[in-house]
Design a protein around this ligand. Structure first.
Ligand SMILES: Nc1ncnc2c1ncn2[C@@H]1O[C@H](COP(=O)(O)OP(=O)(O)OP(=O)(O)O)[C@@H](O)[C@H]1O
Ligand SMILES: [Mg+2]
Length: 372
């Protein structure tokens, strides 16, 4: 396993640097040499300091207290767990904190730590007060999790050398350091691991005002002109998620570059760009609408099992469960009942389809499932 590099916080680069001068440098330093376009783009727009983070006011205020207290006492920060849905700023916050503390950061992720030996170099390399960021920490195997317990609690690792009668255990002292874990599924963390995090912060979805601000600010970083109305339109179709907003901004910018002589992201350009992407006014994509339409046309509104819907749509059920259903559930367009998925009246209304006449008294069982 290749260990990702360490960088020193604080004096990397100033916040708000526009593309393209610093994007490559920024991405290779903080992400361990990824050089895909998406990664560069993501990193170029990522806020670098706490003041640049838009929204999440309560979380930011609490993190500011932690940072101030840590600085005042000149002690390492307590272990911090960041949880929340994808694209809301966990990695961003995790990289901002060491910068604010002027501390080193090492970056790894749960799935790449297959065995304790993969984690060991990170622990032994951690300097006093440095940060070890473990992304997707819920995907760490149990053996690694157990190995990390004494490291988090007592700054010590227990290494077993040899086998059988000749086996010996060496206790190795570590420098006091901080683990920042990020997870989209905090429920999958074991209780002992969760309890070892002194601070747990939950990131929530963003308001339209905050997303509009993020779009405006990122358009500036990309040196693109954007109308206020266009920024609002992109924000309201971004599913309350900054990463989505960035991706839509990128698309609108590409579209404007091709179709507008001045490359200005006007409201008209944005509307046409979004229409071409088939993203509707609530942020539903083609596949989301197909899900609802399949539920209506094939399963007469449900209830229907996930597998059956997946087969009808020719999409793996896991993909539907992870990528399509969360947003539809959040919008209140579908329900998950014990008998399967059902479309709601709101879902029908969004598709502008009349719900069937309610003849549940004769055709449905008490739990809402269809008898015929
Ligand atoms: N509060 C914020 N202010 C401005 N931009 C933000 C904010 N939060 C996130 N972003 C933008 O959204 C992008 C995605 O954020 P980030 O990678 O931190 O999400 P994440 O929670 O780590 O997602 P995942 O769970 O998928 O790893 C960042 O590149 C950044 O540009
Ligand atoms: Mg992340």
């Amino acid at each position: 396993m290749v260990r990702q590099p360490v960088f020193q916080g604080g004096n990397r680069e100033e916040s708000g640097h526009p593309l393209p001068e610093n994007s490559a440098a920024a991405s290779s330093s903080s992400t361990g040499g990824f050089d895909s376009d998406d990664k560069d783009f993501d990193d170029a727009l990522r806020p670098k300091r706490l003041v640049d983070i838009v929204g999440q006011r309560k979380v930011v205020e609490r993190v500011q207290i932690m940072i101030d207290a840590t600085r005042k006492r000149s002690e390492p920060l307590g272990h911090l767990l960041l949880d929340g849905p994808p694209g809301l700023g966990k990695t961003t916050l995790a990289t901002v904190i060491p910068r604010e503390l002027d501390a080193e950061i090492q970056i790894t992720s749960g799935p790449s730590l297959a065995a304790p030996k993969d984690l060991l170099p990170y622990l032994t390399n951690a300097s006093y007060g440095s940060v070890l960021f473990i992304d997707e920490i819920h995907r760490m195997p149990p053996a690694v999790e157990e190995f990390i317990y004494p490291a988090m609690e007592d700054f010590r690792v227990d290494i077993t050398l040899g086998e059988g009668l000749n086996a010996r255990t060496i206790n190795m002292k570590l420098q006091p350091f901080t683990i920042i874990g990020a997870t989209t599924r905090s429920g999958m963390l074991t209780a002992p691991l969760r309890d070892r995090f002194v601070n747990v912060q939950h990131l929530d979805f963003y308001s339209e005002e905050d997303l509009t601000e993020i779009v405006r600010c990122n358009a500036r970083k990309l040196k693109s002109d954007i109308d206020d109305k266009a920024a609002e339109e992109l924000a309201c179709r971004s599913r309350s998620t900054p990463r989505k907003a960035n991706n839509l901004l990128r698309w609108a910018r590409d579209y404007a570059t091709v179709h507008d002589s001045e490359s200005r992201i006007s409201y008209d350009m944005t509307a046409k760009a979004l229409e071409m992407l088939e993203i509707d006014r609530l942020g539903l994509e083609h596949r989301d609408r197909r899900y609802l339409e399949t539920l209506i046309s094939v399963f007469t509104g449900g209830p229907a099992g996930l597998q059956a819907i997946g087969h009808s749509m020719n999409v793996p059920p896991d993909t539907l469960e992870d990528e399509v259903e969360p947003f539809l559930l959040r919008c209140g367009f579908i329900q998950r009942t014990p008998r399967g998925r059902m479309i709601t009246a709101k879902g029908y209304a969004h598709l502008e389809i009349d719900p069937p006449v309610d003849n549940s008294a004769t055709e449905k069982s008490p739990d809402g499932s269809r008898l015929f």
